[in-house]
Each structure stands twice: as C-alpha cells, then as structure tokens.
Write a protein that binds this ligand. Structure first.
Ligand SMILES: *[C@@H]1O[C@H](CO)[C@@H](O)[C@H](O)[C@H]1NC(C)=O
Ligand SMILES: *[C@@H]1O[C@H](CO)[C@@H](O)[C@H](O)[C@H]1NC(C)=O
Length: 373
C-alpha cells in the first residue's frame, strides 16, 4: 500500500447551481482523497502473539472492533455507523425510482425523479433518455450499482462488516524490509493476519515521504480475507474536530449553505470518510470491492477520481462504455468501480430525497428550484 496522495484540488463549485451539461442537478458534496495500494502478499509475515490488547465495539456493530487507540470513541463510531446505515438504506430505496424514471421523458419526470436521475447521470454517465439502447445500458449499470448498494446496506444493517479499526497509525511498524520500488514495508503489530503494507515514510504510516500529513484513512485486508482493517490518521481527527457531521449539515437551513461548495458540504465529515473507506473492504465485498480509479488514461501521474469535478469527468470519459448483458461486474466502467463515486451517490441520493418536508430545508425545495443563486 502506497499512500500516494494527489493534490487536494478542491473543486470550486457552488452547491446549488449549474453543471456545465445540465441544469437542475444538485451538485453534491464530495469525497475524500485517499489512495492506497495493498499488495506485497509475498512478504514474510512477522509472527506475533496477539495479546495484551483490549478491544471494544461500537454498540450493535459487534463485528467491528476498536483498538486501544480508539478508546473513548465508541459512541462516536456507533453514531456515525448508524447514520451511514440510514444513508445507505435510504439510497437503496431510491434505485427503483431511478429505474422507473428512466422510462420517462425528462419533461414528464417528477422533481424528485429528476434529481435522482441527475445525480445518477452525473456520476455514472450522461445519456440520451430517448435512445432505447442507451437507456438499456444505463439500466444494466444501475443494476450493478443496486447490487453493490444492497450489499453495503446489509453489511451495516446486519452487522456483516468485520473490521478492526485503529485510530492512529502507531500500530504500523517498519519491518526493516523494502519493496522493489524502495517503499518501506510496514507490519501491523500484534496481528499476523494483516497484510503488510507499503509506505513512503517508515517513521509514520500516516505521513507522506516529505512529512506532510495527507492521509486521512486507509483500509487493508487480512491475508485470509477474514476481516479488513481501517486505520484512521490524525489528519482525519483534526479535520473532524469541531466540524459538523453530514447529518448535521443536512439538517441546516438551505440559506446557511448557499455559497458553500459541494466539496465543502460532504468533505471532511466522518460519515463521508467512512462511507468511502468501507467500499474498500475486500473481506466483505469480495469481487465487488471498489477501488480508487484515475481519470484520463490511468497513467500513474493522472489524478485519482476524488471530488465532484473529477467524478463527473470520470463519468463523462466512460459514459459510452457498455455494460455487457449479464455481466456481474465490469471493471472497464470506472465510475462503477470508483469508491468516491459511490460515496457521492450514497450521500447525494439522501440529500435529494423527500426525507425532510420542510421547504426551507436543503432537500427537495432547494434542489428543484432553478432560480436559486
Ligand atoms: C501497487 O503496488 C505494487 C508494488 O509497488 C505495484 O506493482 C502495483 O502496480 C501497484 N498497483 C496499483 C494499482 O497502483
Ligand atoms: C482466518 O484466520 C483466522 C486465524 O487463523 C481464523 O480464525 C479464521 O477462521 C480464518 N478465516 C478464514 C475465512 O479462513
């Protein structure tokens, strides 16, 4: 795992406004930049007796274990997972609405349908609703997304994620060995099942080679795929300190949000970081686990597709890639394989939904009003 971190590249978008290619989309909040690469299965594992640790669990999520470094944060995780669980389950309910709406002329769509479809098209590719072949393709893609969201929903609502969470990077220690590329190989102390992980800075897995603290969090898996590991770095705790959660932001009056960027809205909340990270849970998702994909030709130097403008760029680049009939999954359609795209979809569907009827709330009324600044 190399924690290469693209430049933060904050998208300068207004929340409610106009995309270049269509008008009444809610420009939604945005994901978090983390990139990781877990490989090196050939590395010898350090054998250590796991012991001496005290694990706790966040409430009903008893298959999620919090390491010592998370002591005192149980309630925080429980609340955050509860909120994520609700978001994912709400998003799941919108998918049949999208599917039905895809049969309609856009002019005949209800406002809610329009906003769901807009988010879907922004993130997974625009197409002409009047062209049957395009609509059929969009439905096949939607089915893949639906399977993923359904599985995610089960993972949270039925306690099926098996995770060990570390709330800082100090349990990752330098093995003294290096990869072919010269990266340090780090091992997770006390857990011989954890995949060794590559990093540029062996003094602290949360730091970049130059000492910058760019990494918010990362996920790795175990050698026998029985569970996943999440490490949350100090930068994430600093970002979250004193800031609103996604749930709080959503409950604010629209007025107070005008002028914020989409990225401001979703970015740097515990829910969005964890929603993104959980999509990388290989032990849980298996073949449908999501990656962090790159825009452009996928050269190593290309940007990872994080944040709204790059997500929509990625969607646009792959909008004409067809989903083969009957294929369970197609890694060729990058938005379907991209963690931040899915995080945005999950957050976005919730913001669009008729969850809060109050008209001055930033839900329906806001989203559908084209005359807002
Ligand atoms: C992950 O790291 C390995 C070893 O450094 C490298 O060969 C591989 O190309 C990397 N994969 C990705 C997706 O970056
Ligand atoms: C993985 O290894 C652990 C420890 O040896 C064991 O308890 C667990 O059952 C294994 N899981 C799988 C899926 O092989």
């Amino acid at each position: 795992m190399v924690m290469v971190f693209g430049p933060p590249g904050r998208a300068l978008l207004v929340i409610i406004g106009h995309l270049l290619f269509f008008s009444d989309i809610l420009q939604l909040a945005q994901g978090l930049p983390f990139d990781f690469n877990q490989t090196t299965s050939s590395i010898d594992l350090e054998k250590r007796a796991p012991g001496g640790r005290t694990w706790t669990s966040p409430g009903k999520y008893t298959n999620i274990r919090l390491a010592d470094s998370c002591a005192g944060k149980e309630k925080f995780f429980e609340t955050t997972f509860d909120d994520m669980s609700k978001m994912v389950s709400d998003a799941k309910k919108t998918i049949p609405t999208i599917e039905k709406a895809l049969n309609k002329d856009r002019k005949k769509m209800l406002p809610t349908e329009k906003s769901y479809v807009d988010i879907y098209q922004s993130l997974y590719g625009m197409f002409d609703l009047k062209k049957k072949a395009k609509v059929d393709n969009a439905k096949r893609k939607l089915q893949i997304l639906s399977d993923f969201v359904g599985k995610y929903d089960q993972g949270l609502s039925r306690n099926q994620f098996h995770f060990d969470i570390y709330c800082d990077g100090t349990d990752w220690q330098d093995s003294g060995k290096k990869s072919k590329d010269g990266d340090a190989i780090m091992v997770l102390q006390g857990d011989p099942l954890a995949h060794p992980t590559l990093t540029e800075n062996p003094t602290d897995i949360c730091l970049e080679a130059n000492g910058d603290k760019e990494t918010l969090a990362f996920v790795t898996t175990s050698t026998n795929k029985s569970k996943d590991y999440m490490t949350i770095c100090p930068k994430a705790w600093n970002e979250w300190q004193g800031k609103d959660t996604l749930a709080t932001k959503q409950s604010k009056a629209l007025k107070s949000l005008l002028g914020e960027t989409i990225d401001d809205l979703v970015n740097e909340t515990p829910e969005s970081v964890l929603l993104h990270e959980l999509t990388h849970a290989q032990a849980f998702f298996g073949a449908s686990v999501l990656d962090d994909r790159k825009v452009g030709q996928e050269d190593p130097d290309d940007d990872d597709a994080y944040e709204w403008d790059l997500l929509t760029k990625l969607a646009d680049e792959d909008k004409d890639v067809a989903q083969p009939k009957g294929a369970a999954r197609n890694k060729d359609i990058r938005p379907l394989d991209n963690a931040d795209t899915s995080m945005f979809f999950l957050s976005g569907e919730r913001y669009c939904g008729p969850l809060k009827p109050s008209p001055d709330r930033w839900t329906n009324a806001a989203i559908h009003s084209r005359s807002l600044p």
